[in-house]
Design a protein. Structure first.
Length: 157
């Protein structure tokens, strides 16, 4: 519910709902739920411009994810962080996070995640002016998208 409310623009209400959710999650001991909720909150808070708070929430989420061994969750969180960090202009740090995410994605065989991460990296690298490097990444992403039949993904590429 909080995610939908956030999409509608009522960020304070969404965050209040996520806080309520976190309280319940704490009571019942749902650590994976806590990591997911923190990740969701971080994304919305980053969109609102509070990057330090968002990164702190992602860091909390990562700590939990590492404790419970949720490798796919770790890859997703690293990818989310990288996008925001790239928007803030710290491209080397963003690329390093995307590389970590890619390593995990390849280990677990998450082809959709790999395509998305390669595409994210290519876009930022192209914005930085390294078109030849970006052009090596986009075809890799497109090839995966075609293999899995992701028509919408192909249109975005």
């Amino acid at each position: 519910m909080a995610g939908v409310i956030a999409q509608q623009g009522d960020i304070p209400r969404a965050i209040a709902l996520w806080q309520q959710s976190l309280e319940i999650i704490e009571q019942i001991g749902d650590v994976k739920g806590k990591a997911t909720t923190l990740n969701n909150m971080a994304g919305v808070i980053a969109q609102q411009g509070d990057i330090p708070r968002a990164i702190a929430l992602w860091q909390q989420s990562l700590e939990i994810i590492e404790q419970i061994g949720d490798v796919k969750g770790k890859a997703t969180t690293l990818n989310n962080m990288a996008g925001v960090i790239a928007q803030q202009g710290d491209i080397p740090r963003a690329i390093a996070l995307w590389q970590q995410s890619l390593e995990i994605i390849e280990q677990i065989g998450d082809v959709q995640g790999k395509a998305a991460t390669l595409s994210n990296m290519a876009g930022v690298i192209a914005q930085q002016g390294d078109i030849p490097r970006a052009i090596t990444l986009w075809p890799q992403s497109l090839e995966i998208i075609e293999q899995i039949g992701d028509v919408q993904g192909k249109a975005r590429e």
